[in-house]
Ligand binder design. Structure first.
Ligand SMILES: [Ca+2]
Length: 661
């Protein structure tokens, strides 16, 4: 249950306004700026503990604000942003993955996504845009007489009917698709089209190019200052959602060079490109705060500084850099070359002290920086260890500004206004994060305890399907206590079950068609170990590998499958770009000195589709196999998620690339 403090707070609002300048007449509610950084990890800044990154404006702000050390977001962009805008749990709004740029489908009840026989659980399908009927935070403030604006990354719907202008924002400055900066570059020109259907090749929005080389976050700072100057005499709510620090990993060269000269400790932050990205974000945060001071409205403006998910500790590994630099004429070559020159093969950042990062249910993925400033109401320079979640911002901002909660809109978040204004601490709220894909699951934190329930087995990454951690003793989540403390597992597990019931979410369920893997020889350190690529190369892609032809008869060969025939091949694959095609399996037995010139092949078809297909091939080997070749379509190659060779007596040799980076 949420308590309302609106009546209690109104007199305080009045007092504050008397001390502000003439623009803020008594009783006028405070302005709101919701400054959201993309992918900022919990130690990404001086005040958050970095000895390398430079964030002087954020550090100065911390001295005037309340800083939270237990603030949670979803590990990916779109779900987090949807939770902020609606105050609802992910399992209620249904945006469970970073799908805010995916082709929208008609709204309906939550469903399961397509599964294969290798999937142990059926997983809830993620929605791709905000519920059109939700009352967003912007609509709540618009209804209360506020002027409203959204600037920067939205990532909550690809097409125009799902843009911020349709969700209560009177003024917008953005483009789509928007996983990252406009048209995937931080620097002007972006070439955004004013209309048409948004796609990767045709970005649509109202971002008009500035001078060549203008950094988009500098532009956001300029647009924000313009907006608050124009609206200084009326209450405004501004979403200032920065593009940094998300890929593409490009930044101002002079800043990169500056950081490259800086000393760093190997066990601390060391990435000059990321340092430069953070610095540009910090510069613009500082510009906007200075503008508030100069306009004399800082005292009457609530500023929230927040990140949408944990720091990225996975991107820009060797294979990704190789792929991005494969073609010197490609758009990715230039910035990757600079990244490699200055940052080498390191990942973007480190969430020092925490396990994992963006896209993980470990703390590194979901624990993020949060600060709130409201002079004379929130103790300056204070630190709170209260557990707060991104869904709490919605009711908190309404309560602080004395606005009622909207009718016909369910709010799952709990207001932490009292923590802010009265310094109340020790908030023991139950914080839940639901992200079922890519080896995720659902996590629940209560007090010092955290349970993660998984739906996919990833023995190279975590043990079993349940993990229990005591965050007080083990912030780095290194000791899974699930086996020793079954009662605690059951206690927190009940909260997860109750969570789905409360929110009306669709919980994952066991897949009736699941086929148990009997043996697995996949080497987790090198997922392609044991495979030989001939006349082709193997590139990693999300959730699999791409076999790229480089000659007449491309195939993946192996000597690791030595079974008495016949043998069954189970392949999870799809054509590159969804194209149809044919492949074939060829074999040589232990009695044969070489592959026969003809015969001993069996073909299979790949349907035209962009989704993974379950393909089964009966391979009529007579005798014991010595070498097997999996031929891929010679013109286009093949995307592969897993390869399983099975004998009649259920022996299996398998390669699973679904977790490969
Ligand atoms: Ca993000």
């Amino acid at each position: 249950m949420r308590l309302r403090y609106a009546l209690l707070l109104l007199p305080i609002v009045g007092l504050a306004c008397l001390s502000a300048r003439a623009n803020a007449e008594p009783g006028r509610p405070p302005n709101i700026i919701l400054f959201l950084v993309d992918d900022m990890g919990w130690t990404d800044g001086g005040v958050f503990g970095s000895e390398y990154y430079e964030t002087p404006n954020i550090d100065a702000f911390a001295k005037q604000a309340m800083r939270f050390t237990n603030a949670y977001a979803h590990p990916l962009c779109s779900p987090s942003r949807a939770s902020i805008m609606t105050g609802q749990e992910e399992s209620r709004h249904g945006i469970l993955s970073a799908h805010g740029h995916v082709e929208p489908e008609p709204w309906g009840k939550q469903v399961y996504q397509p599964a294969t026989s290798q999937d142990e659980y059926l997983l809830t399908k993620s929605r791709t845009y905000l519920n059109p009927d939700a009352t967003t935070l912007a609509e709540a403030f618009l209804g209360a007489g506020y002027r409203t604006a959204h600037m920067g990354k939205w990532h909550l719907g690809l097409t125009q009917e799902h843009w911020p202008g349709q969700h209560g924002f009177e003024f917008t400055f953005h483009s789509a698709p928007d996983t990252g900066p406009p048209a995937s570059t931080y620097f002007s020109p972006h070439g955004i089209h004013p209309d048409g259907k948004p796609s990767g090749d045709h970005c649509v929005g109202n971002i008009v190019d500035g001078p060549e080389g203008e950094h988009i976050d500098d532009r956001l700072g300029t647009e924000a200052i313009k907006y608050i100057t124009e609206h200084q005499d009326e209450p405004f709510y501004l979403n200032l959602w920065m593009y940094d620090c998300h890929g593409p990993w490009e930044a101002k060269l002079d800043l990169i060079q500056k950081f490259a000269k800086k000393e760093s400790k190997p066990d601390g932050h060391t990435n000059p490109v990321y340092g430069a990205m953070l610095k540009t974000m910090d510069d613009n945060f500082g510009r906007v705060m200075t503008a508030l001071d100069q306009l004399g409205i800082a005292d009457n403006t609530i500023v929230v500084f927040f990140s949408d998910n944990g720091g990225n500790v996975k991107s820009m590994g060797a294979s990704e850099q190789k792929r991005k630099m494969a073609n010197p004429k490609s758009k990715t070559y230039g910035y990757t070359k600079i990244y490699n020159d200055f940052a080498g093969l390191q990942h973007p950042t480190k969430n020092l002290g925490l396990r994992g990062g963006k896209s993980d249910l470990y703390e590194g993925g979901e624990r993020v920086p949060l600060m709130v400033r409201w002079p004379e109401h929130i103790p300056a320079g204070s630190v709170s260890d209260a557990v707060v979640n991104n869904i709490d911002l919605y009711p908190t901002l309404l309560e602080l500004t004395g606005q009622p909660e909207p009718d016909n809109h369910i709010i799952d978040g709990e207001s932490f206004a009292k923590v802010l204004t009265e310094g109340a601490g020790g908030n023991q709220r139950t914080s839940v994060t639901y992200f079922p894909y890519h080896g995720g699951g659902i996590s629940v934190r209560v007090g010092d305890w955290k349970l993660i329930r998984r739906y996919t087995r990833r023995p190279d990454q975590y043990e079993g399907l349940v993990e229990l951690f005591n965050l007080k003793d083990d912030l780095g989540e290194s000791r899974n206590l699930a086996a020793e403390m079954p009662e605690k597992v059951a206690e927190l597990g009940k909260l997860i079950d109750a969570h789905f019931e409360k929110t009306g979410g669709l919980p994952p369920k066991p897949n009736p068609d699941f086929q148990q893997r009997t043996t697995a020889t996949t080497n987790p350190k090198s997922p392609t170990s044991g495979l030989v690529a001939k006349q082709c190369r193997i590139d990693p892609i999300e959730g699999g590998i791409r076999v790229v032809p480089q000659g007449g008869q491309p195939f993946l060969g192996t000597a690791q499958v030595q079974f008495e025939g016949p043998i069954t091949l189970h392949l999870q694959a799809r054509g590159v770009d969804g194209k149809s095609g044919t492949g074939r399996v060829q074999w040589r037995t232990q009695e044969q000195a070489e592959f026969p010139a003809t015969g001993q092949t069996v073909g299979f078809d790949i349907s035209e589709s962009t989704t993974w297909q379950d393909i089964t091939v009966q391979v009529p080997v007579e005798g014991r196999s010595a070498l097997l070749r999996l031929h891929v379509p010679a013109s286009d190659g093949l995307d592969i998620r897993s390869i399983s060779w099975k004998s009649q007596d259920e022996k299996m040799v398998q390669w699973d690339f679904s977790t490969a980076q």
